[in-house]
Design a protein around this ligand. Sequence first.
Ligand code: GRF
Length: 214
Amino acid sequence: MLRIAVCVSGGGTNLQAIIDGIASGLITNTEIVLVFSNNKNAYALERAKKAGIPTAVRCPKDYASRDEFNEEFLKALKEAQPDLVVLAGCLVVIPEAVVKAFPNRIINIHPSLIPSFCGKGYYGLHVHEKVLERGVKVSGATVHFVDEGTDTGPIILQKPVMIRQDDTPETLQKRIMEQAEWVIMPKAIDLIANGKVTVKDGHVVIDGYDEMVF
Ligand code: GRF
């Protein structure tokens, strides 16, 4: 069984896709051992409680310094003894100590096709605003391993989503979640849980797949 800790900050629709994926058998060999939030009002916490999953909340503003918060964040994760940490709409800048404690064992979902529209400042609705501003015709989502950089780790899965002429940042965000994020996040976890994912020379190799089609 792959023990996963899911880190959230907001609505938790990606968390819900993981919970549902485990319940339906889409994700196998996996259990969620912790939902961590940096925001005590995150609706994701309700979703976790409804599913009977243990939760931990640590808010940066409750600590005297960022270092103190980072230590508590790492401590809460370590206590749950996860094999994999899943960032599912987690707005915390992941401290270096956490990356070091879980090398190639942290994954993140980003709502664009990396390396486009990613890096510092590209989060939430801003990503989709920039996509529409530039006028690209295709966007999508990416699941990747987390390294010390921002959105720079090895890419695991990507799924494209076509842009409509009448899209707004909100409609595009919704379609990318429905068509891409909620598909590739559960899929990536299932692949990892079944030992299909390895990192070789900074690239992800997926056993048994020549071309990923969803
Ligand atoms: C998603 O768009 C995800 O790609 C980004 O944050 C959003 C989280 O949404 N990292 P939710 O909390 O899973 O509903």
